[in-house]
Write a protein that binds this ligand. Structure first.
Ligand code: GLA
Length: 360
């Protein structure tokens, strides 16, 4: 079913936005810290038209599901909550948004930690900006998208995903200071490419565990008398905290330092070592890994041609990211997925995207 078939008329405009994979700097953004994401080739496309009644109508091609927002349904769940959240956030900022027909199609994997929700939010906001010629820049798009996620999807997220979806491309890494929003676009490490493999284990407890980690970090910052953990530079200070705040804060401080080291310019080998250290810290100090991800990351780390590997995104399941020798991602993935299967798990390569390159 296309837009015309669903809504009985052609669309007025369309816009897309990519998912993202974070290479380093995990669980640092809500601590005002530093992140290093890049866009992935998979993206979400939103087509828009004006609704002929007073209701918004949303259609997801992937789910083959239509949701209408009426006075008795102003609290949608699932994909509709992100779209409605974006519209509501724009209205609250003073823009008048008419009733819309919204058609969504996405190739961003859902539930793998690659920000399918940010891609949907940013694509929706871009399409609305285009349709109504709103004077909003790409940073404001990311900020509105983050507000939609926090207030309508219920995740107390930082701004990394929405900034990455709004500003990053697939050829570069986006260094972002999440406090000042200062950015630097950097080349990918030399003679390397990115390999993303899904662990096959869906993210469970992701939003409750995530919100809990965030609360622990805020408590740690309060105890240390700083605005956010970003203001701590050495682990001597965090060692004084009681458990589990001590390990949570140690992760954030060491992770920020790893990102700052990359900013100085490092080899692919060193970048890989920092990714390995990040995984150990997320597993042991931050406790957001799961056995399947640990197995997958370990298999990647000991495969020749892999500079380094770690879980990516919030954790609690989802995908791994590895930095590997250029041109070797697919053969490494085949080798690792075979061993992963022997360990009892079924994983899947997500980047480089098999589907997108087959279609090209
Ligand atoms: C999720 C959130 C981000 C970030 C990561 C962890 O993707 O949406 O804001 O906190 O987890 O780094």
């Amino acid at each position: 079913m296309d837009f015309q078939q669903v809504f009985g008329k052609p669309s007025e405009t369309k816009a897309s936005a990519p998912g993202r994979v974070n290479l380093l700097g995990e669980h640092t953004d809500y601590n005002d810290g530093f992140v290093l994401p890049t866009a992935i080739p998979q993206c979400t496309t939103v087509q828009l038209g004006f609704s002929s009644d007073s209701q918004h109508h949303f259609y997801s091609e992937n789910l083959n599901e239509q949701v209408s927002i009426s006075d008795i349904n102003r609290n949608p769940s699932g994909f509709a909550s992100y779209i409605f959240g974006c519209i509501e956030v724009l209205q609250k900022a003073g823009y008048t948004i008419p009733s819309l027909c919204v058609y969504v199609q996405s190739s961003v994997p859902i539930g793998s930690g690659l920000s399918s929700s940010a891609a949907l939010e940013v694509a929706t906001l871009r399409a609305v900006r285009q349709l109504l010629k709103l004077p909003i820049d790409d940073i404001e798009i990311a900020q509105f998208a983050q507000q939609a996620e926090i207030h309508y999807a219920g995740v107390q997220c930082g701004i990394m995903d929405q900034m990455a979806s709004s500003l990053a491309d697939t050829e570069h890494i986006l260094f972002l200071d999440t406090r000042t929003l200062e950015r630097r676009v950097m080349p990918l490490p030399e003679k390397a490419e990115i390999l993303v493999i899904d662990s096959g284990v869906p993210r469970t407890l992701a939003s409750s565990g995530y919100n809990q980690r965030r609360a622990e970090c805020e408590e740690a910052a309060r105890s240390l008398g700083v605005k956010a953990l970003r203001d701590i530079t050495g682990t001597e200070v965090t060692e004084k905290l009681p458990e589990p705040l001590r390990r949570r804060a140690r992760h954030v401080v060491t992770e920020d330092n790893r990102v700052l080291e990359v900013l100085q310019g490092v080899s692919s080998e060193r970048f890989g070592e920092l990714m390995n250290a990040s995984h150990a810290s997320l597993r042991d100090d931050y406790e957001v890994s799961v056995p399947a991800l640990d197995t997958l990351v370990e298999l990647l780390q000991k495969t020749p041609g892999v500079f380094g590997a770690r879980l990516t995104g919030a954790g609690f399941g989802g995908a791994s990211v590895a930095l590997v020798a250029a041109g070797e991602a697919r053969s490494i993935a085949t080798h690792v997925l075979e061993q992963y299967k022997q360990a009892g798990y079924i994983g899947q390569i997500l980047v480089p995207s098999l589907e997108l390159s087959d279609a090209a």
